[in-house]
Design a protein around this ligand. Structure first.
Ligand SMILES: NC(=O)C1=CN([C@@H]2O[C@H](COP(=O)(O)OP(=O)(O)OC[C@H]3O[C@@H](n4cnc5c(N)ncnc54)[C@H](OP(=O)(O)O)[C@@H]3O)[C@@H](O)[C@H]2O)C=CC1
Ligand SMILES: CC(=O)N[C@@H](CCC(=O)OP(=O)(O)O)C(=O)O
Length: 345
């Protein structure tokens, strides 16, 4: 049995980790933490898991966590994660960090969009945990920067076609929509019911912190700097993320070549579902699962490629992908604990 701890387990991503890990056959969840709720039972905050999980929150103490666990998931805001990760790594734990603190290999890019990095010496050992692309490196890693939810939904459809040179990378526009759980548990004026109910709005236009994360991975794969236009939107639903990505096809490329490229990239990858022609991804079909559904079309008027994806921001966009990473890190089958069957409606 793998002994696992979830730090920040009262947050939305942390609670989703608790849900998934409580059903994982090879994991014993030994510690869950929260500063606010230390001493309280998990089901006093999330009654849905009553009788499923019988653990009390403890404080974020690295020494206690190190004794209790082999693998630790940090479901903390950026900056808080890099404050805890070094001590946990030094104690020999494997660390899967859900924040942005270990997602960048370019320290300057991280610092331009976040804050000074307090343990940049750890960045070279961190692996970007997009399992379908970097799975081999994940298998040997002890520190994972779990990808952001928007980057996951944009990179999975886009990376293979960029790598194969099927589109002009200077023309990429990513138009993305997220459910409100993407903003975390803390209520703000933007996420308050009165401001999201019956509302659909863009935010952080032209400056969202996920832009450099997406650009770093696209640039690595294109072998040259790639810049994109990325616009996030908030939609009045709890879970789910849908991305529509537009780019000009390279001369002579057609939809059949896009299909062959994506089929080759994702052959045997259980969590990527390529849809048949004429079917488009829907967040409803991936809710509560680790699937990323991908569809596409070529606009006959402009010849532009339209790539479409849907994920559950809390699962493939956060906790599910984190468990997928853990499975690969410890040598388990990638899908263990992640085999939830989607709701048909
Ligand atoms: N929600 C989502 O869809 C996704 C989230 N993520 C990432 O996962 C991480 C967690 O996000 P999410 O669950 O949404 O956030 P929440 O705000 O819901 O939860 C944050 C958690 O961190 C703890 N926390 C907050 N501030 C600090 C601090 N300064 N030091 C230590 N602990 C702190 C909180 O508990 P307490 O204050 O009690 O200690 C809480 O458990 C973030 O990095 C986020 O960017 C990534 C992809 C998708
Ligand atoms: C709807 C909403 O507000 N979403 C958050 C991003 C989600 C997230 O958790 O960010 P990471 O993936 O980097 O951890 C935002 O736009 O800042």
């Amino acid at each position: 049995m793998i002994r696992a701890a979830v730090v920040g387990a009262n947050g939305y991503a942390g609670a989703e980790l608790v849900r998934i890990l409580s059903g994982h056959p090879d994991v014993e969840l030994t510690a869950i933490t929260s500063r606010q709720y230390a001493g309280n039972a998990f089901d006093s905050i999330y009654p849905a898991l009553s009788t499923v999980i019988d653990l009390n929150f403890i404080d974020n103490d690295t020494e206690t966590i190190s004794k209790a666990a082999d693998v630790v998931f940090l479901a903390l805001p950026h900056k808080a994660s890099m404050g805890m990760a070094p001590a946990l790594l030094d104690a020999g734990l494997r660390v899967v960090d859900l924040s942005a603190d270990f997602r960048f290999h370019n320290q300057a890019a991280y610092e331009a969009h976040y804050q000074p990095h307090s343990c940049a010496d750890r960045l070279p050992q961190a692996v970007y945990g997009l399992c379908e692309v970097y799975g081999q490196q994940v298998a040997g890693a002890d520190l994972i920067g779990n990808p952001g939810c928007y980057p996951t939904s944009v990179l999975l459809p886009l990376l293979p076609v960029v790598k194969a040179g099927l589109i002009d990378p200077a023309t990429i526009i990513a138009d993305c929509k997220s459910g409100v759980s993407g903003a975390g548990r803390g209520a703000t004026a933007t996420t308050h019911f009165c401001h999201v109910n019956e509302s659909f709005k863009p935010y952080k236009v032209g400056g969202h912190r996920h832009t450099p994360e997406i650009e770093e991975k696209l640039s690595d794969c294109a072998g040259k700097p790639v810049r994109i236009t990325f616009t996030p939107h908030l939609v009045p639903m709890t879970r789910g993320m849908q991305s529509s990505i537009y780019a000009t096809l390279a001369p002579g490329v057609d939809a059949a070549q896009v299909r062959s490229c994506l089929e080759a990239a994702y052959a045997g990858r259980p969590f990527v579902r390529l849809l048949p022609d004429g079917r488009w991804p829907d967040t409803l079909n991936v809710k509560g699962t680790n699937f990323c559904d991908i569809g596409w079309a070529v606009d006959p008027g402009t010849g532009r490629l339209i790539l479409l994806s849907a994920i559950d921001n809390l699962v493939k966009g956060a906790a599910g992908q984190a468990v997928q990473n853990m499975n690969l890190m410890v040598g388990l089958t990638e899908t263990v604990g992640l085999d939830a069957v989607p709701f048909p409606l």
